[in-house]
Design a protein. Structure first.
Lengths: 311, 507
């Protein structure tokens, strides 16, 4: 894969960020006894799964020059479906329905964007709002899983010291990498992110590949929702508000370009881990959550400044 | 039975006919040149053949059968390949991926890309074309403009085309690169590919074409064997009048220097550029695409300031850091990309025309609508801009009238002393061209200094009182009208000696 190496070589900003994360880890390990404990590391790895899946999905859409604001609503609705439907059916069936819903919302987003040439920001803003409303219509109070296995097999389960949630995420990262770099659809989606007309003129069915990216994003958001409900043992209709911003932040920190033309799975993994570690360190030092938000905003600013194109 | 026949094709955009009535036929293995001025409808015609747009009327016949070309994919399935005039390369992906866009080879599963094979195929196509040194794994955006054009051509040749359409393919190529392309075209034609070659460069047309069709104002007006048509007939048909009637008469009475540029440099674009433009004078600037001519103009106008050097206006040293400062210094610039940075296409004619002259009708920041309307109406009349209503979006006007709106915008600014035109007649029909030429001459006669950049040789030769030739970021020649031979100018622009240029591009 020599061609891929030249295309995805690391930039100075990448190295800077990896160094910054390592520095933060070293600092945290020295300054806090709690940081390098197994319990804390397990916590970090479980917590980053939610934003991890949302960010991977977001990456696929951002590479097409688009955006998906509806992932937080999909996450909430998927969690409620997967837990709420357990009263009527086996939990595996409930999960399947939840995931199908996510893919379906993604299809709707992609289809509206592609077929009618609408702006994805507006389309997904609309689905974000409507779906949140629908979520409350379906359940305005929390739902709890009925089947013990729902927690026992997924959210509460471990393989050795490693949480199953995290393992699922760890499998998803190379899958997304493979999709982006080694599949016809992933390459077409990347190409059309910069110049859709040029790709259409090459005889490519652009809408198909565009819609696929949104479907994948919706599906990933639903997976995040199911995993979150399974880990917490509760599904709330209000969960996930503002999560789309964390996902966009992780993509941008990882080198993704809003408007298309950039972003890698590995970069997003870096962005997700960075945000999770920052959150965790600030929590360990009992920093007020308002300051956490302030700091995260600054990190995003520094990231885009470091990666800006020279004019 | 002709391989390809086109019958009575017509196509309008927003009510403006781009193609009115074009018909021609070509036999298999022949090279047909389609020539005509900008705005003659060449590119629109090509888009209907490639499935990029649907014609409003008319038929396209392949081997005598009506061809249903609704999408680019349909055209590809029929073996039609096109090299577009505007680069359609994607800068952020590799050369190989660009060449094989939509046709990437797979291995095992049908959706898994076989990268080694893709790079191999691309390298094969490139070396077959005579450019084995282009790395298929390099990012397309990292190549020079000429190399990008080669990749664009390679893209069309990745699978043997039945019908190959080349739309002004040599605009950015050197003579040597052009020769390689022509060799390949001849080989393809000999092997049975039918070629449509679009150009307004007559010397190229005679070098490559078996047959010629002349387009003018969206109609096919003349066709015949290349050997039967002489240049004068061709020009007459393209322009609709002899060349002498197109350009206004030179007065040749230049006054004091208005613009004086000394040792202007911008790293990576141009260096040590010095020249002046006098009152009442039109100075032409000619250079191939990528030579740095536009960047020089942008530096003077403050759109992309230079690193070093001085610019004096009316004797006063100026260093414009933004276009706003340049306009306050009474400089106007008509940019080359009308749709990109000349006009807000969806805004009204009034809004666009009034964009540079707020001080005249909104001194305190509040727009005096009536005054603005009066000023704009006056220019609409003066320039005879054809429109239904000044509040209609500019998008709905024809290319020529859009360009006139750009001109109106700058003419509404008072006391302009230097007017810079970058490709002032691109995409404009010939009748409007003649009007614009006259208007530019009138500006000069009124005492303005005019700097006119163009890649259309006849235009700069017909208009300029003096001609600067730019190559690789330097001014390599300054010519007087007595030295205005196309061969000489091209030789300077391409860096050849004159004799070589004449041989390389036979007339």
């Amino acid at each position: 894969m020599t061609s891929q190496r030249t295309l995805h070589g690391f930039s100075r900003a990448d190295i800077f960020f990896v160094a910054a994360i390592l520095l933060l880890v070293v600092f945290a390990a020295v300054a806090s006894d709690a940081f390098l404990t197994q319990r804390n590391l397990v916590n970090i790895s479980r917590q980053l799964v939610t934003n991890g899946f949302l960010s991977l999905g977001m990456l696929m859409v951002i590479r097409t020059g688009g955006i998906d604001l509806s992932v937080g609503s999909v996450l909430a609705f998927a969690g409620l479906l997967a837990t709420g439907l357990q009263q009527q059916m086996h939990f595996s069936m409930a999960i399947t329905i939840a995931l199908a819903m996510g893919a379906g919302v993604g299809f709707l987003n992609g289809w509206l964007t592609a077929r009618f040439n609408l702006q994805p920001f507006i389309v997904t803003l609309a689905t974000m709002g409507s779906l949140r409303g629908l979520t409350y219509v379906y359940a305005d109070t929390p739902r709890y899983p009925v089947d013990e296995m729902f927690r026992g097999l997924i959210g509460g389960a471990f393989v050795g010291p490693v949480p199953v949630n995290f393992i699922i995420f760890a499998i998803a990262v190379p899958c997304v990498w493979f999709y982006l770099n080694h599949t016809i659809s992933g390459r077409a989606a990347f190409a059309l992110g910069v110049n859709k007309e040029a790709v259409r003129l090459a005889g490519v069915n652009v809408n198909k590949h565009l819609i696929f990216a949104y479907v994948a994003c919706g599906l990933f958001a639903a997976i995040a929702g199911v995993l979150l409900a399974s880990r917490l043992g509760i599904a709330q209709p209000s969960v996930g508000i503002g999560y789309e911003l964390d996902a966009i932040a992780a993509v941008v920190i990882g080198g993704g370009l809003l408007g298309g033309g950039g972003g890698t799975a590995l970069g997003v993994l870096g962005g997700v881990v960075a945000l999770a570690v920052v959150d965790n360190v600030l929590n360990l030092f009992n920093v007020d959550s308002y300051y956490q938000q302030l700091l995260k905003g600054l990190i995003i600013l520094v990231a885009v400044l470091a990666r800006r194109k020279r004019v | 039975m002709p391989h390809l026949a086109v019958r009575n094709i017509a196509k309008s955009y927003d009510g403006n006919p781009a193609v009115r009535d074009i018909s021609f036929a070509v036999a298999q293995g022949r090279v047909l040149a389609l020539c005509g001025e900008n705005g003659a409808g060449k590119s629109t015609l090509m888009k209907t053949l490639s499935g990029a747009t649907l014609p409003d009327a008319g038929d396209i016949l392949l081997e005598g059968k009506s061809a249903a070309i609704r999408t680019p994919a349909d055209a590809m399935d029929l073996g039609i390949r096109i090299v577009y005039q505007e680069l359609s390369l994607l800068p952020h992906i590799s050369v190989a991926e660009n060449i094989l866009l939509g046709r990437l080879p797979t291995r095992g599963l049908s959706f898994v890309v076989d990268w080694p094979k893709a790079n191999g195929i691309a390298a094969g196509v490139l070396s077959d074309l005579g450019f084995p040194d282009i790395d298929p794994t390099a990012l397309a955006g990292s190549l020079s403009v000429a190399r990008q054009q080669i990749v664009e051509i390679a893209k069309a040749l990745a699978t043997e085309p039945q019908i190959l359409i080349l739309d002004e393919p040599t605009a950015v190529l050197s003579a040597a690169e052009t020769d390689k392309l022509f060799d390949k075209v001849r080989k393809l034609a000999a092997a049975g590919t039918t070629v449509l070659y679009i150009s307004h460069r007559l010397e190229e047309i005679y070098a490559i074409a078996d047959e010629i069709v002349v387009l003018k104002d969206g109609r096919s007006v003349l066709s015949g064997e290349a050997s039967q048509l002489d240049q004068a007939t061709l020009i007459q048909a393209m322009v609709g009048r002899s060349l002498s009637a197109v350009f206004p008469v030179r007065r040749g009475a230049a006054g004091h220097p208005i613009l004086q540029v000394e040792n202007l440099s911008l790293a990576g674009h141009f260096r040590d550029v010095s020249f002046d433009v006098r009152a009442g004078e039109i100075v032409g600037m000619f250079g191939l695409v990528g030579s740095g001519r536009t960047e020089i103009a942008k530096a003077i106008f403050g759109a992309r300031p230079a690193d070093h050097g001085t610019v004096r206006l009316g004797g006063k040293s100026e260093k414009f850091a933004t276009p706003a400062e340049a306009v306050r210094g009474r400089v106007a610039m008509v940019t080359e990309d009308r749709k990109g940075d000349g006009l807000a296409l969806d805004a009204s004619v009034i809004d666009n025309a009034g964009l540079a002259s707020f001080s005249r009708y909104a001194p305190s920041g509040i727009i005096n609508g009536e005054k603005r309307r009066t000023l704009v109406d006056e220019k609409i009349r003066e320039l005879s801009i054809k429109l239904a209503d000044p509040s209609q979006p500019v998008r709905q006007l024809s290319g020529g009238n859009q360009q006139k709106v750009v001109l109106a915008k700058w003419l509404l600014v008072e006391d302009i002393q230097l007017f810079i035109f970058d490709e002032p007649t691109r995409g404009v029909d010939i009748a409007t061209k003649v009007e614009i030429y006259q208007m530019i001459r009138d500006l000069a006669d009124g005492g303005m200094a005019v700097l006119m950049i163009s890649s259309e040789m006849p235009e700069v030769l017909g208009m300029a009182d003096r001609l600067l030739v730019v190559r690789d970021g330097s001014i390599v020649a300054e010519l007087q009208p007595t030295d205005f031979q196309p061969e000489t100018v091209f030789a300077h622009a391409a860096g050849l000696d004159a004799a070589q240029a004449t041989m390389g591009r036979p007339n």
